[in-house]
Design a protein around this ligand. Structure first.
Ligand SMILES: [Fe+2]
Ligand SMILES: [Fe+2]
Length: 347
């Protein structure tokens, strides 16, 4: 579950992260900073000095941007009466006196959400909502010229792995296609397909996570491509196509200096549009230079793209999409395309 943490003190952010993660994923926002509020989180947690009118004003602005979030938890140390009153005036749904008490509240909210999911009351599954929010956070960071937080990508990947393991690929595809569109939908679908492929192939847990993370990040370079090109309701002209084809290198450049990123992930991001016959881009690699991870990722990417609705064409059926993969002889590895049949066609 995603917790949007709003505070006036930078030092509180690592403390709250240490307390809540990994069970809850924390999206921090410093009052008065340049951060854009990212939706959709499930819960707002506020720990700030409510005696300062400037803080209260800034919180109001944040709430206005995040008005879809119902649960608003305030931490007011020692229950200072004026601050408790201010919290309620701001729309608090709960006020606690110590950050630790928030965990209990969060657990209650999570339980209620899961129960309403089971009843079919709520919309998208928590995994879809959480991973989409983590994608939103990454794309927003890139668009604002900030560093990508690798933990966002790892969190999104782990949520997707959980969902695929528990409910299978078809449920994931249905859920994502119902609630998201455009580049986010594509990234969520590719990761779901790649994770299913890895699980079906019998990969170990770390290998599933590695392919999943490469899929999560594979199109991050698109965050630097103008939306007018990404969402163009028609075919791209040659100049736009040229710009679009830069996204693997842009993604690679955005990620290469992040500590903890592995060479395999960078390879996947840069080379997921390469083909075995050398006709791909950006480096025109040939078969011996294309790793297994990239080969799996490319198949997952093409399949997911085909089963998405695009502004200029409807979504293709999984059967038809698989037929297209089978026809890409020489570009994709035949044995892998055969192995992918299970993933592609399983109901
Ligand atoms: Fe791509
Ligand atoms: Fe892609």
């Amino acid at each position: 579950m995603l917790v949007h943490f709003v505070t006036d003190e930078p030092a509180k952010i690592p403390a709250v992260r240490a307390m809540l993660e990994p069970r809850f994923h924390v999206v921090p926002q410093l009052l008065g900073g340049n951060d854009t509020a990212i939706g959709p989180s499930h819960v707002l947690m506020v720990d700030a000095d409510l005696r300062k009118s400037v803080c209260v004003e800034q919180i109001r602005l944040v709430f206005r941007e995040l008005n879809c979030i119902v649960e608003k938890l305030f931490v007011v140390r020692n229950h200072v009466r004026s601050m408790v009153a201010q919290a309620h005036a701001l729309g608090a749904t709960a006020v606690v006196s110590r950050p630790r008490e928030v965990i209990v509240k969060l657990a209650q909210i999570e339980l209620a959400k899961r129960a309403s999911q089971a009843d079919g009351v709520a919309g998208a599954s928590p995994e879809v909502t959480d991973s989409a929010a983590a994608f939103a956070s990454m794309f927003s960071a890139v668009r604002h010229g900030k560093a990508i937080n690798l933990s966002d990508a790892e969190y999104a990947t782990s949520q997707i792995v959980n969902s695929i393991v528990q409910n299978g690929l078809t449920a994931w595809l249905d859920n994502v296609r119902r609630y998201h569109e455009g580049t986010f939908q594509h990234c969520l679908l590719v990761t779901g397909v790649a994770v299913s492929f890895a699980l079906d192939t019998g990969f170990s847990g770390p290998d599933v996570a590695r392919l999943g993370l490469a899929a999560t990040l594979h199109d991050i370079g698109k965050a630097r491509i103008p939306v007018s090109i990404l969402d163009k309701p028609g075919r791209l002209d040659p100049a736009e196509e040229e710009m679009m084809r830069r996204h693997p290198v842009i993604g690679y450049e955005l990620l290469k200096d992040i500590s903890g990123i592995s060479p395999e992930i960078l390879d996947g991001v840069r080379h997921h549009h390469e083909y075995l016959d050398g006709s791909g881009y950006p480096d025109g690699l040939n078969a011996p230079e294309i790793s297994d991870l990239v080969r799996l990722l490319t198949i997952s990417d093409i399949f997911a793209a085909l089963i998405e609705a695009r502004p200029y064409r409807p979504a293709m059926s999984r059967q038809d999409a698989y037929k297209i993969l089978c026809g890409m002889d020489g570009k994709l590895e035949n044995s892998l395309v055969k192995a992918f049949r299970n993933v592609a066609l399983r109901a």
